[in-house]
Design a protein around this ligand. Structure first.
Ligand code: NAP
Ligand code: MG
Length: 464
Protein backbone atom coordinates (compact mmCIF):
# COMPACT_ATOMS: atom_id res chain seq x y z
CA UNK A 1 0.00 0.00 0.00
CA UNK A 2 1.11 3.52 -0.78
CA UNK A 3 2.07 5.48 2.35
CA UNK A 4 3.40 9.03 2.73
CA UNK A 5 6.33 9.44 5.09
CA UNK A 6 5.32 12.97 6.06
CA UNK A 7 2.47 15.03 7.47
CA UNK A 8 0.06 16.99 5.29
CA UNK A 9 0.43 20.53 6.64
CA UNK A 10 -0.16 23.85 4.91
CA UNK A 11 -1.09 22.17 1.63
CA UNK A 12 2.00 19.99 1.27
CA UNK A 13 3.61 16.81 2.58
CA UNK A 14 6.27 17.81 5.08
CA UNK A 15 8.82 15.76 6.96
CA UNK A 16 7.71 14.86 10.48
CA UNK A 17 9.54 16.40 13.43
CA UNK A 18 10.50 13.00 14.89
CA UNK A 19 11.81 9.70 13.56
CA UNK A 20 9.24 7.28 15.00
CA UNK A 21 6.82 5.47 12.75
CA UNK A 22 3.62 3.46 13.17
CA UNK A 23 3.29 0.13 11.38
CA UNK A 24 0.00 -0.38 9.55
CA UNK A 25 -1.18 -3.99 9.74
CA UNK A 26 -3.68 -5.88 7.58
CA UNK A 27 -5.91 -7.54 10.20
CA UNK A 28 -6.94 -10.32 7.80
CA UNK A 29 -3.40 -11.73 7.50
CA UNK A 30 -1.43 -9.83 10.19
CA UNK A 31 1.10 -8.53 7.61
CA UNK A 32 2.62 -5.03 7.83
CA UNK A 33 1.42 -3.12 4.75
CA UNK A 34 2.97 0.29 5.37
CA UNK A 35 4.39 2.77 7.82
CA UNK A 36 3.39 6.32 8.63
CA UNK A 37 5.12 8.88 10.83
CA UNK A 38 4.18 9.03 14.52
CA UNK A 39 3.38 12.69 15.11
CA UNK A 40 4.78 14.58 18.08
CA UNK A 41 3.44 17.65 19.89
CA UNK A 42 5.77 19.64 17.62
CA UNK A 43 4.00 18.34 14.47
CA UNK A 44 0.64 19.15 16.04
CA UNK A 45 1.83 22.66 16.83
CA UNK A 46 3.01 23.23 13.25
CA UNK A 47 -0.33 21.97 11.92
CA UNK A 48 -2.39 24.12 14.30
CA UNK A 49 -0.36 27.19 13.29
CA UNK A 50 -1.05 26.42 9.62
CA UNK A 51 -4.77 26.03 10.37
CA UNK A 52 -4.80 29.34 12.31
CA UNK A 53 -3.02 31.15 9.51
CA UNK A 54 -5.57 29.86 6.99
CA UNK A 55 -8.61 30.65 9.16
CA UNK A 56 -9.27 34.34 8.33
CA UNK A 57 -9.17 33.70 4.58
CA UNK A 58 -11.36 30.61 4.65
CA UNK A 59 -13.84 32.12 7.13
CA UNK A 60 -14.24 35.11 4.79
CA UNK A 61 -14.69 32.94 1.68
CA UNK A 62 -18.30 33.25 0.48
CA UNK A 63 -20.39 30.16 1.36
CA UNK A 64 -21.04 29.49 -2.35
CA UNK A 65 -17.28 29.21 -2.97
CA UNK A 66 -16.83 26.97 0.09
CA UNK A 67 -19.68 24.85 -1.32
CA UNK A 68 -17.86 24.57 -4.66
CA UNK A 69 -14.68 23.35 -2.96
CA UNK A 70 -16.62 20.76 -0.92
CA UNK A 71 -18.33 19.58 -4.12
CA UNK A 72 -14.88 19.22 -5.69
CA UNK A 73 -13.78 17.24 -2.63
CA UNK A 74 -16.78 14.93 -3.09
CA UNK A 75 -15.80 14.51 -6.76
CA UNK A 76 -12.21 13.67 -5.78
CA UNK A 77 -13.49 11.02 -3.35
CA UNK A 78 -15.77 9.57 -6.04
CA UNK A 79 -12.90 9.48 -8.55
CA UNK A 80 -10.79 7.53 -6.04
CA UNK A 81 -13.53 5.23 -4.76
CA UNK A 82 -11.78 2.00 -5.78
CA UNK A 83 -8.49 3.04 -4.18
CA UNK A 84 -10.37 4.07 -1.03
CA UNK A 85 -12.23 0.75 -0.81
CA UNK A 86 -9.03 -1.26 -1.31
CA UNK A 87 -7.18 0.80 1.29
CA UNK A 88 -9.95 0.41 3.90
CA UNK A 89 -10.08 -3.33 3.24
CA UNK A 90 -6.31 -3.53 3.64
CA UNK A 91 -6.07 -1.64 6.93
CA UNK A 92 -9.46 -2.35 8.55
CA UNK A 93 -10.18 -5.78 7.08
CA UNK A 94 -13.80 -5.35 5.99
CA UNK A 95 -14.84 -7.42 2.95
CA UNK A 96 -14.33 -5.48 -0.30
CA UNK A 97 -18.03 -5.19 -1.27
CA UNK A 98 -18.77 -3.58 2.12
CA UNK A 99 -15.78 -1.24 1.69
CA UNK A 100 -17.05 -0.22 -1.74
CA UNK A 101 -20.65 0.52 -0.79
CA UNK A 102 -20.21 1.79 2.76
CA UNK A 103 -16.63 2.88 3.45
CA UNK A 104 -16.14 4.53 0.04
CA UNK A 105 -19.75 5.28 -0.90
CA UNK A 106 -21.12 6.85 2.27
CA UNK A 107 -18.46 9.59 2.65
CA UNK A 108 -19.15 10.79 -0.90
CA UNK A 109 -22.85 11.15 0.01
CA UNK A 110 -22.02 13.04 3.19
CA UNK A 111 -19.56 15.34 1.41
CA UNK A 112 -22.25 15.98 -1.24
CA UNK A 113 -24.79 16.85 1.44
CA UNK A 114 -22.41 19.49 2.86
CA UNK A 115 -21.69 20.96 -0.57
CA UNK A 116 -25.44 21.58 -0.75
CA UNK A 117 -25.81 22.77 2.85
CA UNK A 118 -22.89 25.20 2.59
CA UNK A 119 -24.68 26.87 -0.30
CA UNK A 120 -28.12 26.98 1.32
CA UNK A 121 -27.58 27.28 5.10
CA UNK A 122 -28.99 30.49 6.66
CA UNK A 123 -25.74 31.98 7.99
CA UNK A 124 -27.67 35.23 8.68
CA UNK A 125 -31.09 35.49 10.29
CA UNK A 126 -33.38 38.32 11.40
CA UNK A 127 -34.75 38.06 14.94
CA UNK A 128 -36.85 41.14 15.74
CA UNK A 129 -34.51 44.14 15.68
CA UNK A 130 -31.43 41.90 15.50
CA UNK A 131 -29.43 40.25 12.80
CA UNK A 132 -27.97 36.99 14.04
CA UNK A 133 -24.75 35.94 12.31
CA UNK A 134 -23.56 32.33 12.37
CA UNK A 135 -19.77 32.52 12.21
CA UNK A 136 -17.17 29.74 12.12
CA UNK A 137 -16.15 28.40 15.55
CA UNK A 138 -12.47 28.64 14.52
CA UNK A 139 -9.75 26.01 14.32
CA UNK A 140 -11.09 22.49 14.76
CA UNK A 141 -9.11 19.61 16.23
CA UNK A 142 -10.68 16.39 14.88
CA UNK A 143 -9.83 13.03 16.44
CA UNK A 144 -11.31 10.03 14.68
CA UNK A 145 -11.54 6.24 15.19
CA UNK A 146 -10.81 3.37 12.83
CA UNK A 147 -14.22 1.71 12.54
CA UNK A 148 -15.50 3.80 9.60
CA UNK A 149 -12.18 5.44 8.77
CA UNK A 150 -13.26 7.78 5.97
CA UNK A 151 -16.84 8.38 7.09
CA UNK A 152 -15.69 9.53 10.53
CA UNK A 153 -13.26 11.98 8.91
CA UNK A 154 -15.77 13.37 6.40
CA UNK A 155 -18.52 13.65 9.04
CA UNK A 156 -16.27 16.13 10.86
CA UNK A 157 -14.24 17.83 8.12
CA UNK A 158 -17.07 18.48 5.61
CA UNK A 159 -19.35 20.39 8.05
CA UNK A 160 -16.33 22.20 9.53
CA UNK A 161 -15.34 23.40 6.04
CA UNK A 162 -18.94 24.33 5.24
CA UNK A 163 -19.02 26.43 8.41
CA UNK A 164 -15.79 28.24 7.47
CA UNK A 165 -13.57 26.49 10.02
CA UNK A 166 -10.08 25.13 9.36
CA UNK A 167 -9.08 21.69 10.59
CA UNK A 168 -6.27 19.60 12.04
CA UNK A 169 -7.05 15.88 11.90
CA UNK A 170 -5.51 13.14 14.05
CA UNK A 171 -6.90 9.88 12.60
CA UNK A 172 -6.80 6.49 14.33
CA UNK A 173 -3.36 4.88 14.31
CA UNK A 174 -4.87 1.67 12.87
CA UNK A 175 -6.22 3.35 9.72
CA UNK A 176 -3.91 6.22 8.73
CA UNK A 177 -3.60 5.30 5.04
CA UNK A 178 -7.26 6.14 4.36
CA UNK A 179 -6.64 9.49 6.10
CA UNK A 180 -3.66 10.14 3.81
CA UNK A 181 -5.87 9.46 0.76
CA UNK A 182 -8.37 11.97 2.13
CA UNK A 183 -5.59 14.56 2.53
CA UNK A 184 -4.64 14.05 -1.13
CA UNK A 185 -8.27 14.55 -2.11
CA UNK A 186 -8.42 17.90 -0.25
CA UNK A 187 -5.45 19.05 -2.33
CA UNK A 188 -7.10 17.89 -5.56
CA UNK A 189 -10.27 19.73 -4.56
CA UNK A 190 -8.36 23.00 -4.49
CA UNK A 191 -8.77 23.76 -0.81
CA UNK A 192 -6.46 26.65 0.11
CA UNK A 193 -3.24 25.63 1.90
CA UNK A 194 -3.71 25.14 5.65
CA UNK A 195 -7.50 24.76 5.55
CA UNK A 196 -7.08 21.02 6.11
CA UNK A 197 -4.07 19.48 7.88
CA UNK A 198 -3.25 15.90 8.82
CA UNK A 199 -1.04 14.70 11.66
CA UNK A 200 -0.79 10.92 11.97
CA UNK A 201 0.20 9.51 15.34
CA UNK A 202 -0.98 7.85 18.51
CA UNK A 203 -3.81 9.04 20.72
CA UNK A 204 -1.87 9.58 23.93
CA UNK A 205 0.81 11.66 22.11
CA UNK A 206 -0.55 13.41 19.00
CA UNK A 207 -4.23 13.17 20.00
CA UNK A 208 -3.65 14.55 23.47
CA UNK A 209 -1.45 17.37 22.14
CA UNK A 210 -4.19 18.34 19.69
CA UNK A 211 -7.03 18.22 22.24
CA UNK A 212 -5.03 20.36 24.67
CA UNK A 213 -3.57 22.86 22.17
CA UNK A 214 -4.34 26.54 22.91
CA UNK A 215 -4.74 27.26 19.21
CA UNK A 216 -7.66 24.83 18.84
CA UNK A 217 -11.10 26.36 19.41
CA UNK A 218 -13.24 23.23 19.12
CA UNK A 219 -12.39 19.57 19.63
CA UNK A 220 -14.52 17.00 17.85
CA UNK A 221 -13.86 13.45 19.01
CA UNK A 222 -15.34 10.07 18.09
CA UNK A 223 -14.28 6.95 19.94
CA UNK A 224 -14.44 5.31 23.34
CA UNK A 225 -16.27 6.80 26.31
CA UNK A 226 -13.10 6.56 28.41
CA UNK A 227 -11.08 8.79 26.08
CA UNK A 228 -14.12 11.02 25.42
CA UNK A 229 -14.39 11.76 29.13
CA UNK A 230 -10.72 12.85 29.27
CA UNK A 231 -11.06 15.04 26.19
CA UNK A 232 -14.24 16.60 27.57
CA UNK A 233 -12.44 17.39 30.83
CA UNK A 234 -9.45 18.99 29.08
CA UNK A 235 -11.74 21.02 26.81
CA UNK A 236 -13.92 22.06 29.75
CA UNK A 237 -10.91 23.29 31.71
CA UNK A 238 -9.82 25.40 28.73
CA UNK A 239 -13.40 26.63 28.06
CA UNK A 240 -13.20 25.18 24.59
CA UNK A 241 -16.08 23.82 22.51
CA UNK A 242 -16.28 20.04 22.38
CA UNK A 243 -18.32 17.47 20.45
CA UNK A 244 -18.19 13.82 21.53
CA UNK A 245 -19.52 10.83 19.63
CA UNK A 246 -19.06 7.89 21.97
CA UNK A 247 -20.30 4.36 22.37
CA UNK A 248 -23.67 2.68 22.18
CA UNK A 249 -25.65 -0.37 23.27
CA UNK A 250 -28.65 0.06 21.06
CA UNK A 251 -31.90 -1.86 21.41
CA UNK A 252 -33.73 -3.52 18.54
CA UNK A 253 -37.27 -3.67 19.93
CA UNK A 254 -39.49 -6.18 18.17
CA UNK A 255 -43.10 -5.58 19.27
CA UNK A 256 -45.49 -8.59 19.16
CA UNK A 257 -47.33 -7.31 16.07
CA UNK A 258 -44.13 -7.03 13.98
CA UNK A 259 -43.02 -9.21 11.07
CA UNK A 260 -40.76 -11.29 13.32
CA UNK A 261 -38.70 -12.99 10.60
CA UNK A 262 -37.89 -9.70 8.89
CA UNK A 263 -37.11 -7.89 12.12
CA UNK A 264 -34.75 -10.65 13.30
CA UNK A 265 -33.06 -10.93 9.92
CA UNK A 266 -32.40 -7.21 9.53
CA UNK A 267 -31.40 -7.04 13.20
CA UNK A 268 -28.67 -9.67 12.77
CA UNK A 269 -27.41 -8.06 9.54
CA UNK A 270 -27.23 -4.72 11.34
CA UNK A 271 -24.72 -6.10 13.85
CA UNK A 272 -22.71 -8.31 11.48
CA UNK A 273 -21.87 -5.45 9.09
CA UNK A 274 -18.31 -4.19 9.73
CA UNK A 275 -17.81 -7.17 12.09
CA UNK A 276 -19.93 -5.47 14.72
CA UNK A 277 -17.56 -2.50 14.94
CA UNK A 278 -20.36 0.05 14.68
CA UNK A 279 -21.22 2.42 17.52
CA UNK A 280 -24.90 2.48 16.52
CA UNK A 281 -25.24 -1.35 16.14
CA UNK A 282 -28.44 -2.90 17.53
CA UNK A 283 -26.61 -5.29 19.82
CA UNK A 284 -29.59 -6.00 22.11
CA UNK A 285 -32.56 -7.69 20.45
CA UNK A 286 -35.72 -7.42 22.59
CA UNK A 287 -38.39 -10.05 21.94
CA UNK A 288 -41.74 -10.78 23.64
CA UNK A 289 -41.67 -13.96 25.74
CA UNK A 290 -44.34 -15.67 23.56
CA UNK A 291 -42.17 -15.30 20.44
CA UNK A 292 -38.85 -15.76 22.17
CA UNK A 293 -37.80 -19.27 21.10
CA UNK A 294 -39.01 -18.66 17.55
CA UNK A 295 -36.86 -15.51 17.40
CA UNK A 296 -33.82 -17.37 18.78
CA UNK A 297 -34.18 -20.04 16.07
CA UNK A 298 -34.55 -17.41 13.32
CA UNK A 299 -31.53 -15.50 14.63
CA UNK A 300 -29.42 -18.66 14.81
CA UNK A 301 -30.24 -19.46 11.18
CA UNK A 302 -29.45 -15.88 10.12
CA UNK A 303 -26.12 -15.67 11.95
CA UNK A 304 -25.02 -19.01 10.50
CA UNK A 305 -24.75 -17.35 7.08
CA UNK A 306 -21.99 -15.02 8.28
CA UNK A 307 -18.88 -17.05 7.58
CA UNK A 308 -15.67 -15.46 8.95
CA UNK A 309 -13.28 -14.59 6.15
CA UNK A 310 -16.13 -14.47 3.63
CA UNK A 311 -19.14 -12.38 4.62
CA UNK A 312 -17.66 -11.14 7.86
CA UNK A 313 -14.16 -9.71 8.21
CA UNK A 314 -11.70 -9.71 11.11
CA UNK A 315 -11.64 -7.16 13.92
CA UNK A 316 -9.27 -4.26 13.45
CA UNK A 317 -6.43 -5.47 15.67
CA UNK A 318 -5.34 -8.13 18.15
CA UNK A 319 -6.38 -6.00 21.12
CA UNK A 320 -9.96 -5.65 19.88
CA UNK A 321 -10.06 -9.37 19.07
CA UNK A 322 -8.95 -10.24 22.60
CA UNK A 323 -11.40 -7.77 24.11
CA UNK A 324 -14.38 -9.18 22.20
CA UNK A 325 -13.42 -12.79 22.95
CA UNK A 326 -13.20 -11.76 26.61
CA UNK A 327 -16.76 -10.41 26.50
CA UNK A 328 -18.00 -13.66 24.95
CA UNK A 329 -16.32 -15.66 27.72
CA UNK A 330 -17.90 -13.30 30.26
CA UNK A 331 -21.36 -13.91 28.77
CA UNK A 332 -20.95 -17.67 29.20
CA UNK A 333 -19.60 -17.17 32.71
CA UNK A 334 -22.57 -15.00 33.74
CA UNK A 335 -25.02 -17.68 32.57
CA UNK A 336 -26.21 -16.54 29.15
CA UNK A 337 -27.09 -19.36 26.70
CA UNK A 338 -24.55 -19.59 23.86
CA UNK A 339 -26.59 -20.35 20.72
CA UNK A 340 -23.93 -19.75 18.05
CA UNK A 341 -20.24 -18.84 18.00
CA UNK A 342 -18.15 -18.67 21.14
CA UNK A 343 -14.84 -17.31 22.42
CA UNK A 344 -12.56 -19.49 20.27
CA UNK A 345 -11.01 -17.77 17.23
CA UNK A 346 -12.53 -19.29 14.07
CA UNK A 347 -9.39 -18.97 11.89
CA UNK A 348 -5.78 -19.39 12.91
CA UNK A 349 -4.62 -16.31 11.04
CA UNK A 350 -6.14 -12.84 11.20
CA UNK A 351 -7.99 -11.16 14.05
CA UNK A 352 -11.29 -12.98 13.50
CA UNK A 353 -14.03 -13.58 16.05
CA UNK A 354 -16.89 -16.08 15.57
CA UNK A 355 -20.25 -14.43 14.93
CA UNK A 356 -21.87 -15.08 18.29
CA UNK A 357 -25.47 -15.27 19.47
CA UNK A 358 -26.53 -15.26 23.11
CA UNK A 359 -30.03 -16.09 24.38
CA UNK A 360 -31.42 -15.84 27.93
CA UNK A 361 -29.53 -12.59 28.39
CA UNK A 362 -30.85 -10.51 31.29
CA UNK A 363 -30.52 -6.71 31.49
CA UNK A 364 -27.95 -6.64 34.30
CA UNK A 365 -25.43 -8.95 32.56
CA UNK A 366 -22.18 -7.36 31.39
CA UNK A 367 -22.89 -8.33 27.76
CA UNK A 368 -26.23 -6.45 28.00
CA UNK A 369 -24.63 -3.31 29.45
CA UNK A 370 -21.19 -2.74 27.92
CA UNK A 371 -20.24 -1.96 24.33
CA UNK A 372 -18.61 -5.11 22.91
CA UNK A 373 -17.74 -3.78 19.43
CA UNK A 374 -17.73 -7.17 17.74
CA UNK A 375 -20.08 -9.58 15.94
CA UNK A 376 -22.05 -10.45 19.07
CA UNK A 377 -25.85 -10.24 19.48
CA UNK A 378 -27.78 -10.70 22.74
CA UNK A 379 -31.47 -11.61 22.74
CA UNK A 380 -33.42 -10.39 25.77
CA UNK A 381 -36.96 -11.47 26.75
CA UNK A 382 -39.63 -8.95 27.73
CA UNK A 383 -43.05 -9.44 29.39
CA UNK A 384 -44.99 -6.51 27.97
CA UNK A 385 -44.43 -3.14 26.31
CA UNK A 386 -43.60 -1.33 29.56
CA UNK A 387 -41.02 -3.98 30.35
CA UNK A 388 -39.54 -3.63 26.86
CA UNK A 389 -39.23 0.13 27.31
CA UNK A 390 -37.62 -0.21 30.71
CA UNK A 391 -35.04 -2.68 29.33
CA UNK A 392 -34.40 -0.59 26.19
CA UNK A 393 -33.64 2.50 28.30
CA UNK A 394 -31.66 0.69 31.02
CA UNK A 395 -28.08 1.32 29.87
CA UNK A 396 -25.81 4.36 30.24
CA UNK A 397 -25.91 4.74 26.45
CA UNK A 398 -28.47 6.18 24.05
CA UNK A 399 -27.12 6.38 20.52
CA UNK A 400 -29.49 4.50 18.23
CA UNK A 401 -32.19 1.82 18.16
CA UNK A 402 -34.98 0.23 16.20
CA UNK A 403 -38.67 -0.49 16.68
CA UNK A 404 -40.72 -2.94 14.65
CA UNK A 405 -44.56 -3.17 14.68
CA UNK A 406 -47.35 -3.94 12.23
CA UNK A 407 -48.64 -0.42 12.61
CA UNK A 408 -46.16 2.43 12.04
CA UNK A 409 -47.96 4.65 14.57
CA UNK A 410 -47.50 1.98 17.25
CA UNK A 411 -43.76 1.86 16.56
CA UNK A 412 -43.49 5.66 16.57
CA UNK A 413 -45.31 5.90 19.91
CA UNK A 414 -42.75 3.52 21.40
CA UNK A 415 -39.80 5.31 19.75
CA UNK A 416 -40.86 8.62 21.31
CA UNK A 417 -40.33 7.09 24.75
CA UNK A 418 -36.83 5.76 24.02
CA UNK A 419 -33.87 7.67 25.48
CA UNK A 420 -31.80 7.60 22.33
CA UNK A 421 -30.65 9.85 19.49
CA UNK A 422 -31.88 7.83 16.50
CA UNK A 423 -34.56 5.18 15.99
CA UNK A 424 -35.21 3.27 12.78
CA UNK A 425 -38.90 2.46 12.31
CA UNK A 426 -39.55 -0.93 10.66
CA UNK A 427 -36.09 -0.98 9.12
CA UNK A 428 -36.12 2.64 7.90
CA UNK A 429 -33.33 3.58 5.51
CA UNK A 430 -30.13 5.35 6.60
CA UNK A 431 -30.38 9.08 5.97
CA UNK A 432 -27.04 10.90 5.60
CA UNK A 433 -28.72 14.21 6.51
CA UNK A 434 -30.44 13.02 9.69
CA UNK A 435 -28.72 14.24 12.87
CA UNK A 436 -26.66 11.48 14.47
CA UNK A 437 -25.52 11.52 18.08
CA UNK A 438 -26.17 10.40 21.57
CA UNK A 439 -28.43 10.84 24.55
CA UNK A 440 -26.85 10.13 27.95
CA UNK A 441 -23.25 8.85 27.87
CA UNK A 442 -23.31 8.27 24.10
CA UNK A 443 -22.05 11.78 23.63
CA UNK A 444 -22.47 15.50 23.30
CA UNK A 445 -23.57 17.16 20.08
CA UNK A 446 -24.74 15.91 16.71
CA UNK A 447 -23.10 15.03 13.41
CA UNK A 448 -24.52 15.05 9.85
CA UNK A 449 -27.01 17.34 8.16
CA UNK A 450 -27.71 20.91 9.25
CA UNK A 451 -27.48 19.94 12.95
CA UNK A 452 -23.95 18.71 12.29
CA UNK A 453 -23.08 21.99 10.56
CA UNK A 454 -24.44 24.03 13.48
CA UNK A 455 -21.87 22.35 15.79
CA UNK A 456 -19.11 24.26 13.99
CA UNK A 457 -20.74 27.69 14.22
CA UNK A 458 -20.90 30.39 16.87
CA UNK A 459 -23.46 33.15 16.86
CA UNK A 460 -23.18 36.92 17.02
CA UNK A 461 -26.18 39.22 17.40
CA UNK A 462 -26.26 42.71 15.90
CA UNK A 463 -29.01 45.03 17.24
CA UNK A 464 -30.58 47.77 15.14
P1 NAP B 1 -10.12 5.21 21.32
O1 NAP B 1 -8.84 4.93 22.02
O2 NAP B 1 -11.14 6.05 22.01
O3 NAP B 1 -9.73 5.86 19.89
C1 NAP B 1 -10.39 6.88 19.22
C2 NAP B 1 -9.42 7.97 18.76
O4 NAP B 1 -8.93 8.68 19.91
C3 NAP B 1 -8.18 7.43 18.07
O5 NAP B 1 -7.76 8.36 17.10
C4 NAP B 1 -7.20 7.36 19.22
O6 NAP B 1 -5.86 7.27 18.83
C5 NAP B 1 -7.51 8.64 19.95
N1 NAP B 1 -7.05 8.70 21.33
C6 NAP B 1 -6.77 7.65 22.17
N2 NAP B 1 -6.36 8.11 23.37
C7 NAP B 1 -6.36 9.47 23.30
C8 NAP B 1 -6.03 10.50 24.20
N3 NAP B 1 -5.63 10.25 25.45
N4 NAP B 1 -6.15 11.79 23.80
C9 NAP B 1 -6.58 12.07 22.55
N5 NAP B 1 -6.90 11.14 21.65
C10 NAP B 1 -6.80 9.84 22.01
O7 NAP B 1 -10.83 3.87 20.91
P2 NAP B 1 -10.14 2.44 20.63
O8 NAP B 1 -9.12 2.17 21.69
O9 NAP B 1 -9.65 2.49 19.25
O10 NAP B 1 -11.36 1.45 20.80
C11 NAP B 1 -11.77 1.03 22.10
C12 NAP B 1 -13.27 0.97 22.22
O11 NAP B 1 -13.86 2.24 21.92
C13 NAP B 1 -13.96 0.02 21.25
O12 NAP B 1 -13.95 -1.29 21.68
C14 NAP B 1 -15.35 0.60 21.18
O13 NAP B 1 -16.11 0.15 22.27
C15 NAP B 1 -15.12 2.09 21.32
N6 NAP B 1 -15.12 2.78 20.00
C16 NAP B 1 -16.20 3.51 19.65
C17 NAP B 1 -16.23 4.12 18.42
C18 NAP B 1 -17.40 4.96 17.99
O14 NAP B 1 -17.64 5.10 16.79
N7 NAP B 1 -18.11 5.61 18.89
C19 NAP B 1 -15.17 3.98 17.52
C20 NAP B 1 -14.06 3.21 17.90
C21 NAP B 1 -14.06 2.63 19.14
P3 NAP B 1 -5.24 5.80 18.61
O15 NAP B 1 -5.77 5.32 17.33
O16 NAP B 1 -3.79 6.00 18.58
O17 NAP B 1 -5.69 4.97 19.80
MG1 MG C 1 -6.92 3.44 21.63
Amino acid sequence: MKAHDGMYIGGEWRAAAGQDTIAVVNPADEQVIGRVPAGTPQDVDTAVRAARAALPGWAATPPAERAARIAALRDALVARKDEIAETVTAELGSPLPFSQTVHAGLPALVAGSYAELAATYPFEEKVGNSTVLSEPAGVVGAITPWNYPLHQIVAKVAPALAAGCTVVLKPAEDTPLTAQLFAEATGEAGLPAGVFNLVTGTGPVAGQALAGHDGVDLVSFTGSTAVGRQIGAVAGAAVKRVALELGGKSANVILPSADLAKAVHVGIANVMGNSGQTCSAWTRMLVHRDQYEEAVALAAAAIGKYVPGERVGPLVNAKQQARVRGYIAKGVEEGARLVAGGPEAPLDRGYYVSPTLFADVTPEMTIAQEEIFGPVVSILRYEDEEDALRIANATVYGLAGAVWAADEAEAVAFARRMDTGQVDINGGRFNPRAPFGGYKQSGVGRELGSHGLAEYLQTKSLQF
